[in-house]
Write a protein that binds this ligand. Structure first.
Ligand code: NAD
Length: 482
């Protein structure tokens, strides 16, 4: 069991109250993974004040030099990648190969934004007036607050922290209290690499105190949040009261359309990956597969057969496809939605059961579920479940499939399986989603291009890729006469 600290003003410290909380391995709840300070509003205010004090000094480090610190941090994290991945599997539950992939992504993010340090460019524009030059350049905002969920415990803290810091802001980072360990490892690497003391702070504790203070504190100029729609909506309202800048990435009800001309085996692989890997706990996971009627039976049979073969278990073991739900609450939600689906008239073709015997006895496991006879208006076809539950909806033709795909409040990611270029472009053009995949899983994005959704899934500017710094900077427009 690891005894962890927060990082405030460049020091690893406990909560002033001395209070703590623990995390447990969701695959083996007898194991306490780590103990953390249960910080409160006053600890958080200290972190914000430290960030405020340190920001000018950090911003004075030339941006390419800040980038060099990121390259070093990437190297440090790389040297620890395997142990960080194992910690992620023990605390969050995803399989070890998935955890390794995520740590690799965090390393790539550090390198990518390290490079951005040399590319924080502005523009030069002609003036209406003689001998006047107009130029724009980026300035940091000051202190920014970063609030992360548990399901990508290092990638999301990295893809918020890196653009915030490279732009010259100071940071107060709050990881989810369900899985803070990898965020601590990220901060350790950045600190050891030489980030100015106080410019990067990490505060662990509940959203209702630590998160609330970040959102309401007048010194925090911008808040980048990833998490549930309910929490995000509340944050947007609070932040609006004091006109703080907000970026929200929230839920999804992502569709994959399988058209009649798709290669069935390939489509099954795409859908199984998108729906069930990472236990369906990805914001971009497919939770609705919309199948054109001529291949509905063939596709559904192959899907069910493949789903039944998935191995559920402790993600540290070789050969496991799906780990546990993050906690008992999330597992209950999964099982509850399977029940709701049945009450609404859906048929559970496979899975949807609590697994609690033998190797599953001490974890939050359930078997991956495929639900058929699903109507578009059913709750299981409309609401985010965030677990290994997939609904199958029939579509009369391509237009009907796109209409069904768009018939939800969310619009994060969407996929289509087809061999037709025309159908692919129709889909790309008409689908209401920020991330669009053709013959690829709806989940599985890359680190160097913009990420975000439309409708109820997102609010504000995009994360990741070259545009990520837009959220963390403001432009100064300079008029210069010579
Ligand atoms: P959550 O909303 O419960 O928590 C997210 C974070 O907000 C946590 O750090 C939490 O402590 C904090 N928080 C809670 N209440 C707060 C408050 N009042 N003020 C400030 N902060 C508060 O979400 P979760 O359960 O950790 O994550 C799962 C959700 O995240 C799912 O809905 C999923 O779709 C979404 N998600 C979205 C994306 C995306 O990019 N769109 C990525 C990953 C996860």
């Amino acid at each position: 069991m690891a005894d962890m600290r927060c990082f405030i003003g460049g020091q690893w410290v406990g909560a002033a109250s001395g209070k703590t909380f623990e995390t447990r391995n969701p695959a083996d709840t007898d194991e306490v993974v780590a103990v953390y300070p249960r910080c409160d509003a006053s600890d958080t205010r200290q972190a914000i004040e430290a960030a405020r004090q340190a920001q000018p000094q950090w911003a004075a480090v030339p941006a390419p030099k800040r980038g060099e610190i990121f390259f070093k941090a990437a190297q440090i994290l790389e040297s620890r990648a395997d142990s960080v991945a194992r910690e992620m599997t023990r605390e969050e539950g995803k399989t070890l190969p998935e955890a390794r992939g995520e740590v690799g992504r965090a390393i790539n993010i550090l390198r990518y934004f390290g490079g951005e340090g040399a590319r924080l460019t502005g523009e030069v524009a002609p003036s209406e007036r003689d001998r006047v030059l107009i130029q724009t350049y980026r300035r940091p905002l000051g202190v920014v607050g970063l609030i992360a969920p548990w399901n990508f415990p290092i990638a999301i803290p990295a893809w918020k922290t890196a653009p915030a810091l490279i732009s010259g802001n100071s940071v107060v980072l709050k990881p989810s209290d369900l899985a803070p360990l990898c965020a601590v490892r990220l901060v350790e690497a950045l600190d050891e690499a030489g980030v100015t003391k106080g410019a990067l702070n990490l505060v662990t504790g509940p959203g209702s105190t630590v998160g609330h203070e970040i959102v309401t504190n007048a010194h925090v100029r911008a808040i980048s949040f990833t998490g549930s729609e309910a929490t995000g909506s509340g944050i947007a309202l609070e932040a609006a009261k004091r006109r703080a800048r907000v970026q929200l990435e929230m839920g999804g009800k992502n569709p994959t359309i399988v058209l009649a001309d798709a290669l069935v085996d390939d489509a099954v692989n795409v859908v199984v990956n998108a729906a069930f890997f990472s236990t369906g706990q990805r914001c971009t996971a497919t939770s609705r597969v919309i199948v054109e009627e001529p291949i509905l039976d063939a596709f559904t049979n192959a899907l069910v057969e493949r789903t039944r073969r998935l191995k559920v278990g402790n993600g540290l073991e070789a050969g496991i496809d799906i780990g546990p739900s993050i906690d008992s609450k999330q597992l209950e939600t999964v099982l509850e939605y399977v029940g709701i689906g049945q009450q609404e008239g859906a048929t559970v073709k496979c899975g949807g059961e609590r697994l609690s015997a033998g190797a599953h006895a001490r974890g939050w496991f359930s078997s991956p579920a495929v639900l058929t006879d699903v109507e578009p208006a059913m709750r299981v076809a409309q609401e985010e479940i965030f677990g290994p539950v997939l609904t199958v909806l029939p579509a009369r033709n391509r237009d009907h499939a796109i209409e069904l795909a768009n018939g939800v409040r969310f619009g994060l990611s969407a996929a289509v399986c087809t061999q037709s270029l025309t159908s692919a472009y129709e889909f790309i053009h008409r689908i209401e989603a920020g991330l669009v995949m053709v013959n690829l899983p709806s989940a599985g994005v890359e680190y160097h291009v913009p990420f975000g959704g439309s409708k109820a899934s997102s609010m504000g500017m995009r994360e990741q890729g070259p545009v990520a710094v837009d959220f963390y900077t403001e432009l100064k427009t300079v008029y210069l006469k010579y």
